[in-house]
Structures are given as structure tokens and as C-alpha cells.
Ligand binder design. Structure first.
Ligand SMILES: [Zn+2]
Length: 482
């Protein structure tokens, strides 16, 4: 009988903090500036230049750690991680090593257990620490490789997860949940494509039922949720087949080739001692007082899971609707503002989901909406008053997109107002009943589905402008139905 293996996966996430300036100097962190324009002696590593820690970066990092339930250490140390690479002008990266500012947190994810049930899993967070980003090498400039140091010194948090994940699906779920938290905290834009949210994965396998770790492979820079799932699934299968064929695994760093659908060896893995870590003599230890931590904790915004629970509780939304409406912080704000302006949160939730979200685009923390909350609230009020039908509301919405026009003005202009004049509707109904005696008789005898025929005919005659409820009532009254 062949051995059953289980995967052991831990993720390391690097997230750029959304400060305006770099972590140890005043240079701008704006994306897209001309190469090497956002630089100064400090981030270029010129002799004699000294680093000064960015207070906003510390606040964002502490916010992140607190949201992940980490313990904040009062005393932490910045260390130099020494290695040589052209994108690292100082010859070392300032990071935190054996004394990070936080440790021992947890991330709750939704996953499926072996029995196929949806369960909540608590994945441990080893630590969150601060460090600086490197520059960017570019190898597509003809015969040369060039380096852009605008990104060098951008503040990062590294979020190191415990090896608690067991599949590519769990890893992808962990990343989605983490990304969402950072975006709701306003500390990171969650942009995987531009590299402001990056992930490396450590993966090994071991026989089910054992606790000893197998030989670990590090997968580098898997920059989409799909790649994470695919790369891990491939890597787990690869490791299994090596062991099953009697081979042994080597500790190494591998990359993911999405076109080939394979991981490939990049280099044998460095050990920590290869980096010759030591405390940075230019930076004093970071001291975070209990008062400071309490203040940051007090100012924490509502987390996505809390928001979801509140939407269900307070507005009686379904968990599904609550999920959809909290997919982005700005979407949640739009929903709540519209609900407040209109009053019926269920109606608003339905309309926002079915119509508005289709036209919403998000980019990082920003989102653009085709209409305003007031427009949607006013539109739904027209339906409430019977001025337009639900179907007409959708047509009117389509005309309203991008116009900033008031829905009632547009309704009048387009001649969309529903006929609610009972006398006018009754006249049409009387005529139709006379013209269709056979159907009228069937309806009288209890063939309820014939009602649809009459309502349809009235709608046809009135070009869809009659209020269907009034039509219904009118026909019942004329035929003396219950
Ligand atoms: Zn600088």
C-alpha cells in the first residue's frame, strides 16, 4: 500500500504600506515616477546618510499586527540583512530579525475539511515585522540590465504564517482573507499585479499522521491567487512523485512557470546565517509603549468579518448579500449611504447587487461608481410610490448611469411615469374583458394563470406604463373574483 502524504504550507506575504514617503527617508513612494527620481542619499545608500524611521509606517504596521491578533513587543530591533544584488544599493536590507515588533497572531479562514464540510480554520501567524523594499532590476533594455531605485526604501510589512495550511486552496483562501483585511485597514492596496502584495510559499510533504517536517521548498513570487493554487498543487504532486519513486528532495527555491504549468529550480536555498544578520547601529531599538498600542487599537477600522456580521445583524441581509456588499470598503460605504437615504436596506441591497455592482470598477483602495447613493435612493422611492414599476426602474437606471441626473426628472422627460390613474386603467380592462370573453370566463372559473394573459394585454396596450398591481386589482374587481 502506498503512503498517503499531506502537504505542509506556510506563506510569507510582503505588503507595501500606503505611506506617502519611504520608511527611512522623506522620498515619495508614488508609483509610476520616472526612474531614479524619487531617491536621496539615504535610500541610495550614500556614505554618511542616516535613516530615520517613518512614524506612519510604524502605525500601519502595528495596525496590521493588531488586526491579526498579534502580541506587540514593547522593544524591537532593526537588523541588517546582508546580501549583494544590484537592486540593493546599501549592500544590505534593513529588516527585523530575531526581535520583530510583533508575534503570535491568527488568521481565520473559511475552508473545506476532509469530509467536504465548510469550516472555519485558524491559521497561525508567526510574526509581522517591518522592513524596506529593494529597487527594481529591468532586463528588457537591449544589451543592458538597468535598475530603478524609486522603490528602494518603500515600507513593507512581512507577514509570516505558521505552516498550518494543507492545500493550494487553503493557501489561496488565506491570501484572499489577508489581502481583504489589509485593504479594509487602509494600509495596503492589495495589488498583486503591480507587486504591492506579494507572496512566497514554503511547502513540504509528510506521511499523514506524522509530525516531523519534510524537506522544504520555497516557491517565489506567485503573484495571483490562481498561481498560488496551481503552483502549490503542482509542487505537492512533484514532491510526492519524487518520494514515491524512491528519490529524495532537496531544500531549494523554485519559481512557477505558468505557461508550462510547472515549478522550476531557481537556486539552492540560503540559510539564515548566509545573510550575516546584525542589529543596525544607525537605528535605535523601536519602543512601542502600551499607551501607543492602545491608541492604535482604539482607532482600528471595522474589519471585513465584523462588517459582514453587522450587515446581517443590523440590516437583516443574507450572508451571501452581506459578502457581496463587503467585497470592497467603498462598496460597503455606498450600500450603507444608499440604505440610509432610502430607508429599506433589503431593497437597496437587492438593487445594488443586481444593477449597480455591474458597473463598479475598483482599483486598489479606490472605486468608481456609475451613480450616486442619492440617485439610487430616489429611484427606489419612485418604485415605492408606484410612479414606475420595478422593471422600469432598471430601464431608468440604465439611462441614469453616468449622467448625475435626478431619476424623477429623467422619468418625466422619458415619459416613463406609470399610469396609476385607476379610471384610465379600468377603461382598458373593460375593453379587454369584452374582447376576450372566453378567457374572462376561464378566469372566473378559477384558472388563475389566465390573469397573466390580461395583465400582459393591458401592458401591451399601455406600452408597459400601467401599474401592474392596479391592473390586477381592477380585473379582479370587474370579474368579481375574491
Ligand atoms: Zn530617499
Amino acid at each position: 500500500m502506498s503512503v498517503q502524504y499531506e502537504a505542509v504550507i506556510g506563506l510569507e506575504v510582503h505588503a507595501q504600506l500606503l505611506t506617502h514617503t519611504k520608511i527611512f527617508c522623506g522620498c515619495s513612494t508614488a508609483f509610476g515616477a520616472s526612474p531614479n527620481t524619487n531617491v536621496c542619499p539615504t535610500c541610495l545608500g550614500l556614505p554618511g546618510a542616516l535613516p530615520v524611521l517613518n512614524a506612519k509606517a510604524v502605525e500601519y504596521a502595528v495596525r496590521t499586527a493588531l488586526s491579526l491578533g498579534c502580541r506587540i513587543r514593547e522593544h524591537s530591533v532593526f537588523a541588517r540583512k546582508n546580501y549583494f544584488y544590484p537592486d540593493l544599493p546599501k549592500g544590505y536590507q534593513i529588516s527585523q530579525y530575531d526581535e520583530p515588533f510583533s508575534e503570535a497572531g491568527v488568521l481565520e479562514i473559511t475552508t473545506t475539511n476532509r469530509a467536504g464540510e465548510v469550516v472555519t480554520k485558524r491559521a497561525g501567524i508567526t510574526r509581522v515585522h517591518m522592513e524596506e523594499d529593494a529597487g527594481k532590476n529591468m532586463h528588457d533594455k537591449g544589451d543592458f540590465s538597468v535598475v530603478d531605485l524609486n522603490r528602494a526604501g518603500t515600507p513593507l510589512v512581512e507577514i509570516v504564517g505558521d505552516p498550518d495550511l494543507r492545500s493550494g486552496e487553503e493557501a489561496a483562501e488565506y491570501l484572499k482573507t489577508l489581502r481583504e483585511i489589509l485593504v479594509f485597514l487602509g494600509v495596503n492596496d492589495g495589488n498583486l499585479e503591480e507587486g504591492s502584495f506579494r507572496c512566497d510559499a514554503n511547502v513540504s510533504i509528510r506521511p499523514v499522521g506524522t509530525t516531523k517536517f519534510g524537506t522544504r521548498v520555497e516557491l517565489k513570487n506567485i503573484n495571483s491567487f490562481k498561481f498560488v493554487k496551481d503552483a502549490l498543487a503542482y509542487e505537492i504532486r512533484r514532491q510526492e512523485s519524487v518520494l514515491e519513486s524512491g528519490g529524495s528532495l532537496v531544500q531549494e527555491t523554485r519559481g512557477w512557470d505558468d505557461k508550462a504549468g510547472k515549478t522550476f529550480s531557481l537556486r539552492s536555498k540560503e540559510e539564515a546565517h548566509d545573510y550575516r544578520y546584525f542589529p543596525d547601529p544607525d537605528l535605535p531599538p523601536l519602543v512601542l509603549s502600551a499607551e501607543y498600542v492602545a491608541r492604535v487599537r482604539n482607532d482600528l477600522p471595522e474589519l471585513p468579518s465584523e462588517k459582514r456580521a453587522r450587515f446581517v445583524e443590523k440590516y437583516k441581509l443574507t450572508p451571501y448579500a452581506s459578502n457581496v456588499l463587503t467585497q470592497h470598503p467603498k462598496v460597503a460605504v455606498f450600500f450603507e449611504e444608499t440604505g440610509k437615504a432610502h430607508g429599506d436596506y433589503t431593497k437597496v441591497a437587492n438593487f445594488v447587487q443586481s444593477e449597480v455592482l455591474r458597473d463598479v470598477t475598483t482599483r486598489g483602495l479606490e472605486a468608481s461608481f456609475p451613480v450616486t447613493p442619492t440617485q439610487v435612493a430616489d429611484l427606489l422611492t419612485l418604485v415605492d410610490k408606484g410612479d414606475i414599476s420595478g422593471k422600469q426602474a432598471k430601464e431608468l437606471y440604465a439611462k441614469m448611469v453616468g449622467t448625475e441626473r435626478s431619476p424623477s426628472d429623467l422619468m418625466l422627460e422619458l415619459g416613463m411615469q406609470q399610469v396609476t390613474d385607476v379610471g384610465a386603467i379600468e377603461a382598458v380592462c373593460v375593453r379587454l374583458i369584452e374582447a376576450n370573453p372566453k378567457q374572462a370566463e376561464q378566469l372566473r372559473q378559477g384558472k388563475a394563470n389566465i390573469m397573466g394573459f390580461f395583465v400582459g394585454q393591458v401592458m401591451k396596450e399601455t406600452k408597459g406604463s400601467a401599474n401592474p398591481q392596479i391592473v390586477n386589482d381592477c380585473i379582479k374587481r370587474l370579474l368579481k373574483l375574491g
